[in-house]
Design a protein around this ligand. Structure first.
Ligand code: NAD
Ligand code: UDP
Length: 317
């Protein structure tokens, strides 16, 4: 695998969950990192450990507005990812995905940068093909409460591929599946952080629907490794490429594993299933395995142990 030499790398959404891990990884690899964020769901605290590093810079900026800087590579991660947060201001969510993509692609075109898009398994919507392969076009409601995110991300993919076809821009599109780990906000609203916080506080675990819906959870270090490898891959590799852990589990089973891992006394509290909640989700990662020689290394049990330990520390502060 070719590693790219020291470069100036822009990470949008760099003060968020995945972005902060990516900034840390890129600095470790010897790059100069410019983290751009409007702190909608992210925060300065997520990257405060990097402030003393002279190769790290933090800029408050909303990517729905143009950005004039000089960089060699762009990782475009800016966008709220939790349904609670992206549905809070759905118009801004679509703007972030669509205007944000146009601005980052325009920047990449002007400075000749390679540009990576953090796309999502939500491209597949509530899928009828299982597990999901990259050539599946998906089943997405265009007018529902999840549409601002799903359709915004689909439109961003369209823009990335049109810039690539029309202007030969080097692009990398990763379809990221549910990822968890240290650094998630306790009030993020996604299932892993919700369950862990509830279990550690011995509060009822909020299970939506009957809990038979499935997800496949990837530990953050594995995800970042896959994204870096995709960015480093040959120009001919554009994606879209699934990056995730194919170990599928029902949400109800996840609740039991989290309760066990936390040694919790929590009970289960059933809540209504949110509209358009996908019934099943599992990546086919054969393309990433073959092209990037990548596959996840961290089991759900091990990843949860590390994540629970981190949340335990946060809650005791
Ligand atoms: P997150 O909400 O923790 O981070 C998103 C970051 O983007 C935050 O720091 C937020 O403040 C910033 N942001 C939002 N709108 C912005 C704007 N207009 N301008 C500048 N910054 C803005 O979410 P995350 O889990 O770290 O997700 C990062 C990316 O990965 C997102 O694009 C998301 O769609 C994608 N993704 C994540 C997952 C996952 O499971 N974590 C799954 C699929 C896709
Ligand atoms: N979920 C749940 N309880 C929660 C949060 C989420 O049962 O407190 C369910 C949710 O309905 C979905 C799954 O867990 O079926 C994953 O939800 P999340 O918001 O993490 O991500 P999604 O994959 O739906 O975008």
């Amino acid at each position: 695998m070719r590693r790219f030499p020291r470069e100036r790398v822009l990470v949008t959404g760099g003060a968020g969950f995945l972005g902060s891990h990516l900034c840390r990884r890129l600095l470790r690899d010897g790059h100069d990192v410019l983290c751009v964020d409007n702190f909608y769901t992210g925060s300065r605290d997520n990257v405060s450990d990097l402030f003393d590093d002279k190769r790290f810079e933090l800029m408050r900026h909303d990517i729905t507005f143009p950005l004039y800087i000089e960089v060699d590579r762009i990782f475009n991660l800016a966008c709220p990812a939790s349904p609670v947060h992206y549905q809070y201001d759905p118009v801004q969510t679509t703007k972030t995905s669509v205007h944000g993509a146009i601005n980052m692609l325009g920047l990449a075109k002007r400075v000749g940068a390679r540009v990576f898009q953090a796309s999502t398994s939500e491209i597949y919507g509530d899928p009828q093909v299982h597990p999901q392969k990259e050539d599946y076009w998906g089943r997405v409601n265009p007018i529902g409460p999840r549409s601002c995110y799903d359709e915004g991300k689909r439109c961003a993919e369209t823009l990335f591929f049109d810039y690539h076809r029309q202007l030969s821009l080097p692009i990398k599109v990763a379809r990221i599946f549910n990822t968890y780990g240290p650094g998630m906000r306790p009030d993020d609203g996604r299932v892993v952080s919700n369950f862990i916080v509830q279990a550690l506080l011995d509060k009822p675990i909020t299970l939506y629907g009957d809990g038979s819906q499935t997800r496949s959870f990837c530990y953050v270090d594995d995800l970042i490794e896959g994204c870096v490898r995709l960015m480093d891959s040959d120009d001919a590799v554009t994606g879209p490429m699934n990056i995730g852990n194919p170990a599928e589990i029902s949400v109800k089973e996840l609740a039991a594993v989290v309760i066990e891992c936390c040694g919790s006394k929590s009970s289960i509290e059933f809540r209504p299933l949110p509209q358009d909640d996908p019934f099943q989700r599992c990546p086919d990662i054969s393309l990433a395995q073959k092209t990037l020689d990548w596959s996840p290394q961290v089991s759900l049990e091990r990843g949860l142990e590390r994540t629970v330990a981190w949340f335990r520390e946060q809650l005791s502060d």
